[in-house]
Design a protein around this ligand. Structure first.
Ligand SMILES: CC(C)(COP(=O)(O)OP(=O)(O)OC[C@H]1O[C@@H](n2cnc3c(N)ncnc32)[C@H](O)[C@@H]1OP(=O)(O)O)[C@@H](O)C(=O)NCCC(=O)NCCS
Length: 137
C-alpha cells in the first residue's frame, strides 16, 4: 500500500537514496538537498512503508506561476500509477486559483507521461548554464 504525503520534513538520506537511482538527480550532496527541500513550497513524496519511492517538488510564487521539479519514481515502482498520483497531489492544489502557468522541464523520452496528464509541449522554453552567462568576470 503506497501512501502519498507532503511536507519537507523527510530524512535527507531517504531522498538521496532515491534520487541517486536516477541519472539527472544523482550525486547531490545531503546539505544541498536539505537546502532545496527547505526552500521548496510543496514537496510531495510517496512511501511504501518506510521506503521512499517517489517525489515531486513544486516551487511557486503562490499567485501566477508554479514549476515542478524532481518528478522521480523508484525504478522498482514505475508503471504502477505512482508518478500520476504524486503529480496529482502536486498540481491539484494550484488549480482553480487563476495561475497563469504551471510548467516543468521534461527529461528526454518523458514527454508522453506529461502529455497523458494534459501538459502541452511549449516550444519557447529557454535555459542557461552558469558558464554561458556573458557578463561573468
Ligand atoms: C516518468 C516517471 C515519473 C513516470 O512515473 P510512473 O509511476 O512510472 O508513471 P505512471 O505509472 O503513473 O504512468 C502513467 C501513464 O503514463 C505512461 N508513461 C509513463 N512513462 C511514460 C513515458 N516515458 N512516455 C510515455 N508514456 C509514459 C504510462 O504508460 C501510463 O499510461 P496509462 O495511464 O495509459 O497506463 C517515471 O518513469 C520516472 O521516475 N522516470 C525516471 C525519472 C524521470 O525521468 N522523471 C521525469 C523527469 S522530467
Amino acid at each position: 500500500m503506497i501512501s502519498i504525503r507532503t511536507g519537507s520534513d523527510v530524512p535527507t538520506t531517504a531522498v538521496k537514496c532515491l534520487w541517486d537511482k536516477i541519472e539527472f538527480a544523482r550525486g547531490r550532496d545531503p546539505e544541498t538537498i536539505r537546502l532545496a527541500l527547505d526552500e521548496t513550497d510543496l514537496f510531495v513524496h510517496a512511501w511504501d512503508g518506510d521506503r521512499l519511492v517517489a517525489t515531486t517538488r513544486v516551487i511557486t510564487d503562490g499567485a501566477y506561476y508554479a514549476t515542478l521539479w524532481d518528478v522521480i519514481v523508484d525504478p522498482d515502482y514505475q508503471g504502477q500509477g505512482i508518478g500520476t498520483d504524486v503529480m496529482r497531489r502536486a498540481v491539484e492544489p494550484f488549480l482553480g486559483r487563476g495561475f497563469s502557468f504551471i510548467a516543468l522541464y521534461a527529461a528526454d523520452g518523458k514527454q508522453g507521461f506529461y502529455e497523458k496528464l494534459g501538459f502541452d509541449y511549449h516550444p519557447r522554453g529557454m535555459k542557461i548554464r552558469e558558464d554561458q552567462w556573458p557578463y561573468s568576470q
